[in-house]
Design a protein around this ligand. Sequence first.
Ligand code: KG4
Ligand code: ZN
Length: 338
Amino acid sequence: MARRKKPRLMLAVETSCDETSAAVLDQGKILSNIILSQDEIHSPYGGVVPELASRQHIKSIDYVVRESLTQAGADLGDIDLYAVTQGPGLIGSLLVGLTFVKGLAYYFRKPIIGVNHLEAHIEACFVENEGIEFPVLALLVSGGHTSLYFLEKPLSYRLLGKTRDDAAGECLDKVAKFLQLGYPGGPVIEKLARGGDSRRFHFSLPRMKTAGYDFSFSGLKTAALKTIRENNLTAEHPRLGDFLASFEETVVRALLENVHKALQEFRPASLILCGGVARNSRLRSAFSELASGYALPAFVPSPRLCTDNAGMVGALGWKKYLADPSSGTDLDLDAFPR
Ligand code: KG4
Ligand code: ZN
């Protein structure tokens, strides 16, 4: 009897928020990683409109998957297994990717690995860096999440703390929306804050009343909006750069304060920074400085792998498959928004 071919080629799909993405991987190595952003669609609203996001995923997914196959020089029939983001994310958006992949897996009778979006963001670091030493302390900062994880060993994720209200990226996006700077707000704020004096405006750091590693950004957002109103700040105001630099600096300090605290208790061997906000150069350099202060190696994905992409989903899906090759046979796989 002919031996069954060992799976190696994977198609991964990510549609948890407003990026439609598909990647092809060969034994966990990314061959193609296509990302179609919906920024232009959501920009007039200053944030993601869930209904528009899922409709756009439906329009784009076929093209994105085809393009990922073409760039990898593969055909659908060559795919041995699938990985797809199960959650957390916008339920309508998640269901587009999940249903699309389920249809393919059912037709070709191949396994599907369901992937947690937040764990995939952490995995983005491992894609480009082999041999990251465990235990790892990972700070994940995105538009929907701000969380601190401790990974004792590969594929073990202990959540130490998360935001109790707004995520850091959401806080940046909302301040940018208020100033009518467009969406996503993070990159615009980074650009306009460059050269600004971060000591010109004072913001208190969010203080949690309880012990632990939770974050909070809604108070800082309210304080920023109040400062904008009181100083009549607009997109054209000469002190806008100073205001944005001060605000950005406070967001960075609030994020790193919890990392400092956790370092005392958990003593990791490596530090990871990931998620869309990890594209921010001020945060990247402050994070590296913090790590070198503790003589620890710090890993941050390259900018393209920080924001949502199917490559990171596939990379984690492949590791999950290797850890349990009998997984992936459940076509009842469901999406989870939280
Ligand atoms: O991880 P991501 O692509 O999507 C979620 O899972 O939420 O992150 C998107 C977030 C947005 O809030 C966006 O404003 C922020 O990442 N972002 C940035 C930068 N680039 C993207 N924030 C600060 N500086 C940037 N350069
Ligand atoms: Zn994300």
